[in-house]
Design a protein around this ligand. Structure first.
Ligand SMILES: [Zn+2]
Length: 88
């Protein structure tokens, strides 16, 4: 009985199981993301639907491109505005 060889086989089996788990987890999380993006997202500022392309780039986007731009422009001028509209 070669114990070293047996240990090698055991670790190979564990590695294969771990890989299968990783693959399954990757598939599950990508499914979750597509579900989230499929649901319509509306801009919290103007109420327009946020474009899919923007959600793919920024899944947590709360504003449409136009509102995000104007918020960023305003936030440069007023830190109070950032505190009120961006962080709360
Ligand atoms: Zn908007």
């Amino acid at each position: 009985m070669d114990y070293a060889d047996d240990a090698q086989r055991t670790s190979n089996t564990l590695f294969t199981l771990w890989q299968k788990h990783r693959l399954k987890t990757a598939v599950d999380s990508s499914t979750d993301t597509s579900v989230k993006i499929d649901a319509p997202h509306y801009c919290e500022c103007c109420g327009e639907e946020i474009p899919q392309a923007r959600l793919l780039a920024v899944p947590t986007a709360r504003y449409c491109c136009d509102c995000q731009k104007s918020l960023e422009k305003k936030s440069r001028n007023s830190s109070q505005f950032v505190a009120k509209y961006v962080y709360h």
